[in-house]
Design a protein around this ligand. Structure first.
Ligand code: PRP
Length: 192
């Protein structure tokens, strides 16, 4: 099995048979996801069913684990976005790749993200989904890089705050590598 443990200055992934170093263990993730599910179940008790909207691709594992721990009625939707390929990376321009299928009007919506980095994606999604007139809209993210924030966006349910490191695993990738690691690990520039 090959894993990504580093990347070169040009951004090319370097694979090896060594696992990335663990930042957040499988047990820590499991425990925190259970706590988040309990918080969400408590807050939405007696509000009818909620719509969990997972942001592809990165949120697919978190959404699967979180949703199965909820004790309230829920339905699942997915949405996909990407940065504009021809725009400056720092512009934060986001485009919709795939919209939700179901009608979210008058429903309680919870956006489920794997990571909030600059915050542009979550800000874009919140504005987009608000235009569909949901009953309410909140967000849940497994990890957030607070020091990278470029826009002021609320995360209502947060798993972990982390530093400015490139993380993989539990849905997160580097150049599509290592999404299925059971823990969150760190990959580093090769010359560090
Ligand atoms: C990640 C993550 C968020 C977004 C957050 O997606 O899933 O959607 O970045 O970044 P931001 O806060 O700076 O906007 P990514 O573009 O890596 O796509 P992926 O989920 O398909 O891996």
């Amino acid at each position: 099995m090959c894993y990504l443990t580093a990347f070169t200055n040009s951004g090319a992934p370097t694979v090896s048979d060594t696992l990335p170093s663990v930042l957040i263990s499988e047990a820590e993730i499991e425990s925190r996801v259970t706590e988040l599910a309990a918080d969400i179940s408590r807050d939405y008790q007696d509000k009818g069913d909620i719509v969990l909207i997972g942001v592809l691709k990165g949120a697919f594992i978190f959404l699967a684990d979180l949703s199965r721990r909820l004790t309230i009625p829920r339905t699942i939707e997915f949405i996909a976005v990407s940065s504009y390929p021809d725009s400056d990376v720092s512009s934060g321009a986001v485009r919709l790749v795939m919209d939700v299928r179901g009608n979210i009007e008058d429903r309680h919506v919870l956006i489920v993200e794997d990571i909030v980095d600059t915050g542009h994606t979550l800000a874009y999604l919140t504005e987009l989904l608000e235009s569909h007139h949901p009953a309410s809209i909140r967000s849940c993210a497994l990890v957030r890089k607070a020091e990278r924030a470029e826009v002021d966006v609320e995360v209502d349910y947060l798993g972990f705050d982390i530093g400015d490191e490139w993380v993989v695993g539990y849905g997160l990738d580097y150049a599509e590598h290592d999404r299925t690691l059971p823990f969150i690990g760190v990959v580093k520039p090769q010359d560090q």
